[in-house]
Design a protein around this ligand. Sequence first.
Ligand code: FMN
Length: 446
Amino acid sequence: MSSEKRQLHLGLFLFGTGYHPAGWRLPEGRTDGAYDPQFLKEVAQKLEKARFDFFFLGDRLATSADMQYLFPSQMTRLEPFTMLSYLAAVTDKIGLIGTVNTTYAEPYNIARITASLDHLSRGRGSWNVVTGSDPRAAKNFSREKHWDNAKRYDYAEEFIEVVTGLWDTWEDDSLPRDKESGVFADGSKVHSLDFAGEHFSVDGPLNVARPVQGQLPLITAGTSLRSQQLAAKYSDMVFTGTNVKEVARAFYKEVKGRLPEYGRIASDLKVLPGLVPIVGRTEEEARAKYNELNELVVTDYDLRPLSEKIGIDLTGYDLNDPLPDLSSSETALHWAEMARKANGRPDITIHDLFYFFTVTVRGHLLVVGSAVQIADLIEEWFVDEAADGFNVCPPYMPGGLDLFLELVVPELQARGIFRTEYEGDTFRDHLGLSRPGNRFELQLKG
Ligand SMILES: Cc1cc2nc3c(=O)[nH]c(=O)nc-3n(C[C@H](O)[C@H](O)[C@H](O)COP(=O)(O)O)c2cc1C
């Protein structure tokens, strides 16, 4: 494996109306795609044709109508594993990642749901483990308060132990279903888990046979120390969000540096930041689309959040004013530089900076340009070890995805850094992971 050339991993992070908050307002933007099975099927099949690694669905367990201005796609959406089960039936190769928030779930149920998806997709299921970024969820689950970071991660760690243990409770050959002898199940190959921890006591076995992949790839998303530790111990891939290459490089190094503590090596964990590509057939076309999208943002132009972020008060300025002297704040200089890049010109106004901030507030890397320019940036982050690939967040749907697949993917393939054929049939295959042995079987042998 190690002698082979390192390859990019690419997945779709689905925002039904696009990552850009005004993606749905473009004349060609779909407004209800994430509810339309035909649309979802077409998207997943296109990704497969482009040899993408995965189709990813995030989730949160609370909502409100005011999310429409910044997060229209996340305000209402389908339950991830329900959607992925449907997609499993209309695709053959692509990995299917669903999010489960461990703070508000029971491991037995989640082991069952995830194992079921893995069977229905013939080995393409995967679980993004989150502990919940929206504290309002507590009140939807009969709780007074969202737990603090430490408790959420303690709970998540035990949760993962239970789920991954339950996946192994049936050995691969525990179901001979032998008509001749009448032996359907071989009880000597079925194990109880007998987990007794601080938060869970779970006997097992699970009521689903061992997943096709044995263990589903685990994904985590977060940057706090606890989140990094969780990633280093359990994850096969970690999602991040930053638009600063040096920050991405530092995270990459730090999180991979934690792996040896858990007996793992750097290549065991893939690091994928989010990428928002605004692609044009020419650079001018891409910039025109960026401007068109920004002009459609529904906003009251409140400059306070931006001022807080950059540490310089902009509230007294007119939107059409040029940027004031920002040299007292490194952050401000940095954001201004990124906004200039997105706009493709040095003389930006407060208006331009405001738009850049508003549309990248969730922190993913936004890039505006031709296919070659976007491929250059992807390659640079990849080669410089800021990323092992990207979680692609098209700014609008489906056109923003189509241009990426049509123009950028072939460019990456021509450079020899992205696959032209799948390596195998399971998601583990795409990630270069072998199928793990069963812990109970190994214990008995060992
Ligand atoms: C790409 C990406 C996707 C995420 N998806 C979700 C999600 O679907 N649901 C959720 O509750 N949190 C999600 N998160 C948030 C993280 O799980 C985590 O709660 C957040 O990064 C803060 O946690 P930390 O303090 O451990 O970093 C996501 C984060 C990133 C970077």
